[in-house]
Design a protein around this ligand. Structure first.
Ligand code: UDP
Length: 242
């Protein structure tokens, strides 16, 4: 399945794919011997990339920029384009783990607070008993740790890599190391998803997700994020202005 043409939103590419398309694309990536980078783009990413040239380049060269944010769907519509559905990273981690268990892709969980990746691996293994967890490690996106982490991932033989350092650090980490991880076929920045898997963080109830209010739930649970979340109205304003 060829990568679909991206829709540029304030200059940042977002691919018009569904969850099913994403899984089909990942199957294709797994058959191709190079690292494919997936980013879970939301309005915060788009606004951060306006003033962070490195992050912008990372998103431009990623193989797949998923529409992980309802604001992107509205924005695309404003430009007369269509993103078929939201593909949330927090849901994709389960679908990918399920697929990894079925296909025998060894999975490495990198990032999050110490102990979280191990606990998330335990949860995923109990959901998908055939899942092969090649390794887990909190580490840090600090360049001083880069070499040791790359060695650890390579030694594990992982083909699928989840990186939970938050955006844009996780996405820059993957881009920086894409040529240094020969066995990894798919690497995806998963933000706080491992915290959701372990239950340390709780996703919005279904009705809020359906109404596109997941951002409000996050703001209520994590009010210290308000400054970062100001990206949402700034994004809406820029899009509305055209
Ligand atoms: N994180 C980390 N090291 C860092 C910064 C963040 O391991 O230097 C982890 C943090 O523990 C959390 C994840 O990155 O599990 C995502 O953080 P955040 O919720 O800020 O990211 P977002 O979901 O907004 O991308």
């Amino acid at each position: 399945m060829p990568s679909p043409t991206p829709i540029p939103l304030l200059g940042i590419p977002v691919h018009a794919v569904t969850m099913a398309d994403t899984l089909a694309l990942v199957e294709g990536y797994m058959a191709e011997p190079r690292l494919h980078q997936i980013a879970t783009v939301n309005p915060e990413f788009v606004m951060a990339a306006q003033s962070d040239a490195e992050f912008r380049r990372v998103l431009e060269q990623a193989d797949l920029c998923l529409p992980d944010g309802v604001g992107l769907l509205y924005a695309a519509r404003r430009y007369g384009r269509r993103l078929p559905e939201r593909v949330p990273g927090s849901e994709l981690v389960y679908r990918l783990a399920e697929r990894a268990a079925a296909r025998g892709w060894p999975l490495f969980l990198l990032g999050a607070a110490p102990g979280v990746a191990e606990e998330a691996a335990g949860v995923l293994c109990s959901l998908y008993p055939n899942l092969c967890v090649a390794g887990t490690y909190a580490g840090s996106p600090d360049p001083a740790e880069n070499e040791a982490i790359v060695r650890r991932v390579n030694d594990s033989g992982a083909a699928l890599l989840f990186v939970a350092y938050g955006a844009p650090k996780q996405d820059k980490w993957i881009a920086r190391n894409r040529d240094a991880l020969p066995a990894v076929r798919v690497a995806i920045g998963v933000g706080g998803s491992l915290d959701f898997v372990t239950g340390r963080a709780v996703r919005a109830p279904r009705w809020m997700q359906r109404l596109g209010l997941e951002w409000l739930h996050r703001l209520i649970r994590e009010p210290w994020r308000w400054r970062r979340m100001m990206a949402l109205p700034r994004f809406a304003w820029r899009v509305w202005r055209g």
